[in-house]
Design a protein around this ligand. Structure first.
Ligand code: AMP
Length: 218
């Protein structure tokens, strides 16, 4: 079973992808993580990410297909997070998986109103030392601005800064909404309301996946 989890910036897709992949023993493939790793050695990619823009679709597709070919040759049991985001990426992935005898089985769109996502993004801070993430409204550190785990000074990810947020949304709406409609027309889309507590959403997602796999017992 291969699952695609789509969602706007700050829809909670990263958190839910982690929960879901653990629950169903899926390989969690996050293109945001791949892109951030590439950015460490590539200033062009770093600038694109920090400004809130998307990488050229075919560039990230190439990295994903290359990764699958070399690191995940069985091509199944994968939870794709943040990829595909464009119709062209969807078709490239679908064709690639089909050429290996596999499929995209399920596409889930985690949906939150724009105001909610913007509020979430602006309250998300992280520790550059250990990578711990804090939400200043719902999960603040004990000492303001200081990491509970390692004492590091908390910062905002560059692409979580207010000027980048609007751009990320514009790109999301322009490209991913088109993909969502495209997948919906194929009858493969499940929409999930992401404006609810993490545990409630996780339960819903679990049910959707169980139904799709015909696995109602675990
Ligand atoms: P995310 O954490 O999923 O919001 O991704 C962070 C950044 O990585 C995005 O703002 C893009 O610059 C880049 N990125 C991730 N996935 C894709 C994709 N499917 N196509 C193009 N760029 C991507």
């Amino acid at each position: 079973m291969n699952i695609v989890l789509l969602g706007s910036p700050a829809s909670g897709k990263g958190t839910q992808a982690e929960i879901l992949s653990k629950k169903f023993n899926l390989f969690h493939l996050s293109t945001g993580d791949i892109a951030r790793k590439l950015a460490e050695a590539n200033p062009r990619i770093k600038e694109i990410i920090n400004s809130g823009k998307l990488l050229p679709p075919e560039e990230i597709t190439m990295h994903v297909l290359d990764f699958l070919e070399h690191e995940k040759p069985d091509m199944t049991g994968i939870l794709f997070e943040g990829f595909p985001r464009f119709i062209s990426q969807y078709e490239a992935l679908d064709n690639f998986l089909k050429s290996k005898g596999d499929n995209i089985d399920l596409v889930i769109s985690l949906e939150v109103p724009m105001e909610v996502a913007i509020k979430r993004i602006s309250s998300r801070w992280m520790c550059p030392g250990c990578g711990e993430i804090y939400n200043m409204e719902t999960d603040p550190p004990k000492n303001p601005g200081v990491c509970d785990k390692c004492g590091g000074i908390l910062v905002q990810r560059d692409d979580d800064k207010p000027e980048a947020i609007k751009t990320r949304f514009e790109y999301y709406i322009r490209n991913t909404k088109e993909l969502i409609d495209y997948v919906d027309a194929k009858g493969k889309l499940t929409r999930i309301n992401g404006d609810r507590p993490i545990g409630v959403i996780a339960k819903d997602l679990e049910e959707v996946v169980r139904k799709a796999t015909g696995n109602d017992n675990n």
